[in-house]
Design a protein around this ligand. Structure first.
Ligand code: MN
Length: 408
């Protein structure tokens, strides 16, 4: 696949994250105006309601107050028809529609879809091995279930926010030293998790196959699962993370469709133990998407989505095995995406090895965990032949904890 060119010249470069091959879906507003559905192309956004005549969906989809949920609900055939009509309308040589464009730089971005429910997994082997080694030692790093099922927990849809939203450092109950009483204090070990989130675009009721799960996924976002490690360490046994993960989860403003990522499919790693038949790979299930994290602009991690052990389709299939109904707009975080080297670690917990090996920054500062005022940004773009498929940054600045967290 090579770059497809558009009549919008800024889309026809090797550097833009938003060439015609991408067409990611977002929700924007201009100067405090109403929220609108838009598609990023080069340095512009297509206001899709202004191109209603060229798009094969009812107008309600193009002004859905929830965002892109309406298009998802219409089903996979409409996803294909919509994308191909957009591609045709924006292709070089098509009738130019500058009236439908707004500059990306003037837009404020909002949540691209209404999150129905949110689940987060723990499906990166390097991350699970690193964290398990720190907490339980190298011999017990991976729990016995890990190579057989994608481990996950049910998160909170209410906590998901769009990139650019400030994140308030949480208070929580923290383990006391030795066996002393726990204390109530702002988290001192506040962290990021570099992840990709899959968006479920079709509902299901009962167990579905891996292939059906893949077909039901609409697209992907970058996802930062903000994590308070000290709250987590005290609360996580025996039912897993709870308040440590409930402060906020940030997502990138643009949904990159599964269709746009199709040329970047790649295989999951060789299995140390065969998966049971209902979870087995049915083809290349992952995507080659280089990812990175910056702290106040300095790169602290570089990794790739192809490091995952379980694909989002396998996670979704597993999620339904009990009969759990899935809804349009469900969001599935993949789990922290670390790689084999130190520079590939997707959380500060791993990068600083639990605070024992603080990161040294270019300005001479060190970091074990996030400090007040730090801006953490996730970046991701698949690299094609002369084009990129980018997500737009997923960023957030951490504000100091309140003097007291209680309101009234
Ligand atoms: Mn996570």
């Amino acid at each position: 696949m090579t770059r497809l060119n558009s009549w919008i010249a800024s889309a026809n470069t090797a550097e833009t994250p938003f060439p015609l091959n991408n067409l990611p879906y977002g929700v924007f507003s201009i100067a405090g105006g109403p929220r609108k559905l838009g598609v990023a192309i080069g340095d512009q956004i297509v206001d899709v309601a202004q191109m209603e005549d060229a798009l094969p969906v009812d107008p309600a989809v193009l002004s859905d107050p929830r965002g892109w949920n309406g298009l998802m609900e219409r089903g996979a055939e409409i996803w294909v028809a919509f994308r191909s009509a957009l591609t045709e309308a924006l292709f070089e040589g098509a009738v130019e529609r500058p009236d439908a464009l707004v500059p990306l730089a003037e837009a404020k971005m909002h949540m691209p879809f209404a999150v129905s429910e949110y689940t987060d997994f723990y499906a990166g082997r390097h991350h699970a091995t690193n964290v398990g080694t720190m907490f339980r030692g190298p011999d017990n790093a991976l729990p016995p279930n890990w190579l057989h099922i994608p481990i996950g927990y049910n998160g909170r849809a209410s906590s998901v926010v769009v990139s650019g939203t400030d994140i308030r450092r949480p208070w929580g109950q923290l383990k006391g030293p030795n066996d002393e009483a726990p204390k109530w204090a702002p988290s001192q070990r506040f962290d990021i998790e570099l992840e990709i989130g899959a968006i479920v675009g079709q509902s299901s009721d009962g167990p579905i196959s891996v292939d059906q799960a893949d077909a039901n996924i609409f697209g992907y976002v970058l996802l930062n699962d903000w994590s308070a490690r000290d709250i987590q360490a005290w609360e996580y046994q025996p039912l897993g993370p709870f308040q440590a993960k409930a402060t906020a989860t940030s997502i990138s403003p643009w949904i990159v469709t599964k269709a746009a990522l199709e040329p970047f499919r790649c295989a999951t790693p060789v299995r140390e133990k065969d998966l049971l038949p209902h979870l087995r790979d049915t083809g290349p299930m992952l995507y080659d998407i280089p990812l990175s994290v910056t702290l106040n602009g300095e790169t602290i991690c570089e990794t790739n989505y192809n490091e995952m052990y379980y694909s989002s389709a396998q996670q979704l299939a597993h999620h339904t095995t009990s009969g759990c109904p899935m809804r349009v707009g469900d969001l599935l975080g993949a789990g922290t995406i670390s790689g084999p080297k130190k520079a590939n670690r997707g959380s500060l917990l791993e990068l600083s090895w639990g605070g024992k090996e603080p990161l040294e920054l270019a300005n001479g500062d060190t970091r074990s965990f996030i400090e007040d005022g730090d801006t953490l940004t996730l970046h991701g773009a698949a690299q094609g032949d002369g084009y990129k498929i980018g997500f737009g940054d997923c960023t957030g600045t951490v504000l100091p904890a309140l003097d007291t967290p209680f309101k009234g």
